[in-house]
Design a protein around this ligand. Structure first.
Ligand code: GTP
Ligand code: MG
Length: 207
């Protein structure tokens, strides 16, 4: 007998394609969720964690691993999207500009994008680039939620301080905050919460 789960479990996860620009993307006919954040924050690892696969999305200890818009089809009914990271200084200026416009075009124009998960390293105090990025999403009216990553590595006290500082920084711009998830790809923390959130959003998808 299979284990009884009370949340949407991922049965199938298949790599669909890597796209360089909008015209290469799969048809926008299924609900879609994108993972964004600074290079090395753990986007690809979290996608693997959700899918319970070791290397569906490519990960690396060296920032700048993911360079294209990668689509994964989940349960034949929705997409997870792994994006390149922003803010990595060692990528050439030209390439960085290219990434940034690719990501912002994608985020602003993708019709079936239900939610953007903005990943933030739970070990760090709020980073300006992350706050600016969230500001950009807010201005563009792109729905997002926040995912704190690598909580297995965070010291309890620093974690609490960072979270509070992040909330305070966000309250300077908004009256209401988006959901904030606490995750570890290593310990699978937050997996059920994220899948439940996605499941609920899937129900709202209109073609
Ligand atoms: P880019 O594609 O370069 O933008 O990076 P990314 O955000 O996709 O990060 P990636 O998933 O490749 O992970 C970067 C590094 O962080 C790897 O060495 C991972 O093993 C590590 N990592 C990711 N998530 C976790 C986590 O939850 N806990 C710990 N301890 N390490 C993690
Ligand atoms: Mg990556």
């Amino acid at each position: 007998m299979g284990k009884i789960t009370e949340f949407m479990e991922i049965q199938t996860a298949n790599f669909v394609k890597s796209s360089k620009s909008m015209k290469d993307l799969p048809a926008p006919d299924l609900p879609e969720y994108a993972f964004v954040g600074r290079s090395n924050v753990g986007k690809s690892s979290l996608i693997n964690c959700l899918c319970q696969r070791k290397s569906l999305a490519k990960t690396s200890g060296t920032p700048g691993k993911t360079q294209l818009i990668n689509h994964f089809l989940i349960n034949n009914s929705w997409y997870l999207v792994d994006l390149p990271g922003y803010g990595y200084a060692k990528v050439s200026k030209q390439k960085r500009k290219g990434f940034t416009s690719m990501i912002s075009n994608y985020l602003c124009l993708r019709q079936n994008l239900m939610n953007v998960f903005v990943l933030v390293d739970s070990r760090l105090s709020p980073q300006r680039i992350d706050l600016e990025f969230m500001h950009f999403l807010g201005e563009e009216g792109i729905p997002f939620s926040i995912v704190l990553t690598k909580t297995d590595k965070a010291k309890k006290q620093a974690f609490a301080q960072n979270l509070l500082a992040l909330q305070e920084a966000l309250y300077q711009q908004w009256e209401e905050l988006p959901p904030i998830f606490e995750t570890s790809a290593v310990k699978k923390t937050g997996r059920e919460e994220l899948l439940t959130y996605i499941d609920q959003a899937n129900a709202l998808f209109k073609k």
